[in-house]
Design a protein around this ligand. Structure first.
Ligand code: CP
Length: 318
């Protein structure tokens, strides 16, 4: 796939990408997603294992993950790469080796790409400065989770054709959410309006500067929205008394059959996972026909295939 659009060698944040770069990645991801769907129905997809054959991808997760790590590893294997899953607790990090020394050694071992999740905002950028390999941010502190923003945009674009003039509400713990930041950048670059809402103590001052508006309550957030994305309270990042109780939270900001009546009938419901059923979202909403949650996970594999191909300059011919 020849393109006039340059794509960076590292994928660190969506704030730094142009609309054209985001669309280049989404177009490629849409092809991969379509091929995966056809393969599931039994038709033979184009052979993609040549794209990254002989390349080595190392996933380094310094925080827990189910979806992101698994889907990066499935994506890399489906492109023919060799995948190494770095285990922090079984590594020399446990003996005090620094992040920089760790990644320099993995680079010397022969990594072509490092997929990094870390609790410290900016850690993937520090890694990118230290190594020759491409670096993909799989979530850094409360900063960004670029492939999550991209997979959310892919699922929405497939449903709507375009995000232009659509309104997406993001509700929950905005202050500690890297997903919120990546989505605000991505959705607004693609032409959508973004509204955020949540308990007052979990809305950072000045968030509007990123290109969103702030809703004071759930009704204001949901009224007229084309989609709502619920976010988990990031307990692991909250050290003070700002944390609302789960029952309080679900009563004021949780999505259930009753609160969804505030949304237009055809509006979509999203969540990046993991979901605390009954807190951010009830089970019936999560499993309703308007829920995109499992489609978001499916989009994740395709988006990560596309990210690896673009960062590693694999040429997708057809
Ligand atoms: N959405 C997301 O990042 O999920 P994991 O933490 O399970 O990777």
């Amino acid at each position: 796939m020849a393109s006039e659009v340059d794509f960076p060698r590292h994928l660190l944040e969506l704030e730094a990408l142009t609309r054209e770069q985001i669309e280049l990645l989404l177009d490629l991801a849409a092809r991969f997603k379509h091929e995966r769907a056809k393969a599931r129905k039994g038709s033979a997809p184009p052979e993609r294992r040549e794209l990254l054959r002989g390349r080595t991808i190392i996933t380094l997760f310094f925080e827990h993950s189910t979806r992101t790590r698994s889907s990066f590893e499935v994506a890399a294997r489906s492109l023919g790469a060799d995948v190494l899953s770095f285990q922090k607790d079984a590594s020399s990090v446990a003996k005090g080796e620094s992040l920089e020394d760790t990644v320099r050694n993995l680079d010397a071992i022969g990594a072509d790409a490092l997929v990094v999740r870390h609790p410290a905002a900016g850690a993937p950028r520090l890694v990118a400065r230290a190594v020759r390999a491409s670096v993909i941010n799989a979530g850094d502190g409360a900063h960004e989770h670029p492939t999550q923003g991209l997979l959310d945009a892919l699922s929405l674009r497939e449903r709507w054709g375009t995000l232009e003039n659509k309104t997406v509400a993001i509700v929950g713990d905005i202050a500690h959410s890297r997903v919120a930041r990546s989505n605000i950048h991505c959705l607004s670059k693609l032409g959508a309006r973004v509204r955020v809402g949540g308990p007052r103590t979990l809305i950072p001052e000045g968030i509007e500067k990123l290109g969103c508006t702030v809703a004071r309550d759930l009704r204001e957030a949901l009224t007229g929205a084309d989609a709502v994305m619920a976010l988990r309270i990031q307990n692991e990042r909250i050290a003070d008394a700002r944390l609302p109780g789960a029952r309080d939270y679900s009563r004021t900001w949780g999505l259930d059959a009753r609160s969804l009546e505030m949304l237009p009938r055809d509006a979509l419901v999203m969540h990046p996972g993991p979901v605390n059923r009954g807190v951010e979202m009830s089970s019936d909403v999560l499993e309703s026909p308007r829920s995109l949650v499992m489609d978001q996970v499916d989009s994740g594999v395709a988006v990560r295939m596309a990210a690896l191909c673009l960062c590693l300059r694999a040429e997708v011919k057809r």
